[in-house]
Structure formats: structure tokens, C-alpha cells
Design a protein around this ligand. Structure first.
Ligand SMILES: *Cc1c(COP(=O)(O)O)cnc(C)c1O
Length: 415
């Protein structure tokens, strides 16, 4: 890439040569499972390099062989997405959960401990709490606003004999918008790292990335996405992504070959299309969200608005918000005065905003995390992180802001 160009300028053309595809201005869909080798030597070279039987020669490029391993659509979308993350490499998966679980399985091993922030996305929480224990991978929650000494001491008391294999964080967290200090998480990983056991930091950057946050610049090793959300951006695909150093991403791609959970040519093609408008979509939704959050913050039916620019300016949280993020984003959570009954009344009376889970699309959506996305999260965790029955999560789209404000106000009036 020409280093003078910003990512949004590269999204329409980089990593694609029209003259290799009949002059097609836009990237075609390479809807094929297999690729024809020029000769037997080329086929042999592909597999010998892929299985590590020999090193790639300088300047040698590996031919494509089979779409579970690689495909032009996969490669182009990955090479463009990595530009936003300031990463060496990127791997796309068939869902956010595929990216998350493949990363965790590759970077951990049995009889080790994962240190993680809380809350986590419901699916991630379930995987860590209910699936990983089958492989004797344990987990401990930490609050990144506690001192490093306190977190380390708690680990040594609760799990004195377990090696830490991974620090896993989500920021801002779904659904409370609470943020996690990436640098502190890296210090924690470094504390438990040794020559024999390198502890990495993985971060779920779905809410603010890739446009408003580049976690690699703050010390994260792997940046994970549900590309279903802002990256896809039109609520018409399911996909996931991981960005990081070539060394880590090559390991993840190796694991992906055997899990078989790479994104398909069509999904990658849709993502390539979506990346062209990523920045203007995210900026418009953040601009709308800011107006809506300010209206909600002074509304009589609202107990509390969880939105980044409304964090108390005298707190450590606010400092981390300013350090890690260049915008307050498009996600708002609100505590409505009352409980489930009042929250449901609000949800059922929205007209323009649709009642649905998921987020990051062009259209505005509202949901009730307590009973929906996070239904499976333990009540202790819900209490600890302040996710109550009055909480409603809003994903703000790119509609006219006044139309959204009127819809939300009208619906609040019905309570
Ligand atoms: C949606 C979501 C996921 C899961 O992604 P899928 O694409 O649904 O598999 C993970 N993390 C966060 C923060 C999410 O919002």
C-alpha cells in the first residue's frame, strides 16, 4: 500500500489487479472449490510449502489449491481489512464466534488458565464457561481498573499452580459499554509470560473497530471481530475476523484449515463491498448516536444512559476512553425506570427502530440483553456488571436522526 493513503482510500482498489480478471473493475466472485495447477511441479510446491516440508524461496508465490485453504475473495478482503487495524495480516472466518473460538483454541492448551474481562459477548461467555472446562482450560475474571498487583494476587490465591495461557478482553463490552484498559491487560500478559510460554492479549473490538479503535497500537496481539456487525454493516451476512502479526495470523489460518470455518467467496465478496463504505457508515451512526444519547440523558423515563461520551470526566474510565477511542461510537445502552415490564413496553412501541438482536447495521435496532443475548449469563455475573432487567441496548443506524429521536421519544411516552 502507498503509505500516504488512508485506509478509506485503499478500499476501492488495493490488493486487486483488474487485468488478472478480464479487466473487471470490481472484484468478481471466485465461486470455485478448487484451482487448476499449471503443472505437477507447481502442485508439489504448493503442498510442500503448505505442510512446512520446505521454506518458500525468496520471491516465490504459492499458487492457490483449494478454497478451504485460500481463495482470491478471502485474500482480497483480508488484505484490505488489515489496513484498518494497522496489522501485518488478517484472517476471515464464517462467523464472529468462529474467529473467537478458533483463536482461543489455537492460543491456549489444556491445564492452563484464561484471564478475561467481564462482561463478554454471550456466546464467548458460554464457550469459556461451559465448553473450555471440558478440555480443562479454566478461566478467571479480572477488572482492568483494579491494580495489577491485586489481579496477580487473586490469580495466585485461586489458581496457584496453573499457567496463564491467554488474556482475553472485550472493549467496549456488550451490552454495558464498559471499557477495558488494553495497556494494563498487556502488562498482565507480560507478567505471566516466559520464554517457554508467551501469553498473548486478544481483544474483541466489534463495537468500535476498526474505524474508531486500533488496539494493536495499544499493545493487543490479536484483534477479533464479529464482521456480521459494522464491517458487514448491512445485516445481510454472518462473518468474523482476526488481525495481528503474521506469526499469529498464520497460526490461526493453520487452525482454520482444519476447523474448516473460513468465510466463503460470497461472504468475502460482500465484505469487500462493505469495506468501501465502512468509515462513512460508522461516522454517521456515531453522529446520530451522540444526539440520541444526549436526548436520552435528560429524559424523565430514563434512569441511566451508558454511552462513552457521557462517562464522568473525573474517572479513570474516561481517561482510557479518550486514549483508546477516537469517537463515542454507535452503541447506546439505557436503563429505563422500572424493570422488564417497562423495558418491554418501550421495545414493543418502537416503529422505525426494529426489535432485533445484532448491531452495527445501516438500520437501528433495539433489544433486551437480560432476557435475549445474555439470557444464559449467570445472575451473579449480571449483578456484578450491572446488567439488569431495565436495560435496553440500542444500535443506532444511519437514518435521519430526528426521525429516530421522535420514534424513541414516542415510544418512551407509551410507558
Ligand atoms: C455478535 C458478536 C459476536 C459474535 O459474532 P457472530 O458473528 O454472531 O458469530 C462476538 N462479539 C461481539 C461483541 C458481538 O457483538
Amino acid at each position: 500500500m502507498n503509505k500516504k493513503h488512508r485506509p478509506e482510500s485503499e478500499m476501492m482498489g488495493s490488493s486487486y489487479d483488474p487485468h488478472l480478471s478480464e479487466g473487471s473493475a470490481k472484484v468478481p466472485i471466485f465461486q470455485t472449490s478448487t484451482f487448476v495447477f499449471k503443472n505437477a511441479e507447481e502442485g508439489k510446491a504448493h503442498f510442500h510449502i503448505a505442510y512446512g516440508l520446505r521454506e518458500k524461496n525468496i520471491g516465490e508465490s504459492i499458487s492457490l489449491a483449494y478454497s478451504r485453504i485460500n481463495n482470491p475473495n478471502l485474500e482480497i478482503a483480508e488484505d484490505r481489512l488489515k489496513l484498518w487495524d494497522n496489522a501485518d495480516a488478517c484472517a476471515l472466518f464464517q462467523s464472529g464466534m468462529a474467529a473467537i473460538t478458533t483463536t482461543i483454541l489455537e492460543l491456549t492448551k489444556p491445564n492452563t488458565l484464561i484471564l478475561h474481562s467481564s462482561p463478554l459477548y454471550g456466546g464467548t461467555d458460554h464457550f469459556i464457561e461451559h465448553v473450555l472446562p471440558k478440555y480443562n482450560i479454566k478461566s478467571m475474571y479480572f477488572d482492568s481498573f483494579d491494580s495489577l498487583e491485586k489481579i496477580i494476587q487473586e490469580k495466585e490465591e485461586k489458581f496457584p499452580n496453573l499457567e496463564v495461557s491467554l488474556v482475553y478482553i472485550e472493549s467496549p463490552a456488550n451490552p454495558t459499554n464498559s471499557i477495558v484498559d488494553i495497556k494494563k491487560s498487556k502488562d498482565l500478559a507480560n507478567h505471566f509470560s516466559s520464554d517457554k510460554n508467551k501469553v498473548y492479549v486478544a481483544i474483541d473490538n466489534t463495537f468500535m473497530g476498526p474505524v474508531f479503535s486500533q488496539p494493536i497500537d495499544h499493545g493487543a496481539d490479536v484483534v477479533l471481530y464479529s464482521a456480521t456487525k459494522y464491517i458487514g454493516g448491512h445485516s445481510d451476512l454472518v462473518a468474523g475476523a482476526a488481525s495481528g502479526s503474521s506469526e499469529i495470523i498464520n497460526r490461526l489460518k493453520g487452525m482454520r484449515v482444519f476447523m474448516g470455518n473460513m468465510a466463503t467467496p460470497f461472504t468475502c465478496w460482500l465484505i469487500t463491498r462493505s469495506l468501501e463504505t465502512l468509515k462513512i457508515r460508522m461516522e454517521k451512526s456515531a453522529e446520530n448516536a451522540k444526539k440520541i444519547a444526549e436526548m436520552l440523558n435528560s429524559h424523565s423515563k430514563i434512569e441511566k444512559v451508558h454511552y462513552l461520551s457521557l462517562i464522568d470526566k473525573n474517572t479513570e474510565q474516561y481517561k482510557i476512553y479518550k486514549k483508546q477511542y477516537s469517537s463515542s461510537g454507535g452503541m447506546i445502552s439505557i436503563d429505563i425506570k422500572g424493570g422488564e415490564k417497562e423495558a418491554f413496553k418501550f421495545l414493543d412501541n418502537l416503529k422505525l427502530v426494529k426489535l432485533a438482536v445484532s448491531l452495527g447495521g445501516t438500520e437501528s435496532l433495539a433489544c433486551h440483553p437480560f432476557s435475549m443475548t445474555h439470557a444464559d449469563v449467570s445472575i451473579e455475573t449480571k449483578n456484578k456488571i450491572g446488567m439488569g432487567e431495565s436495560l435496553v441496548r440500542l444500535s443506532i443506524g444511519i437514518e435521519d436522526p430526528d426521525d429516530l429521536i421522535n420514534d424513541i421519544k414516542n415510544s418512551l411516552d407509551k410507558i
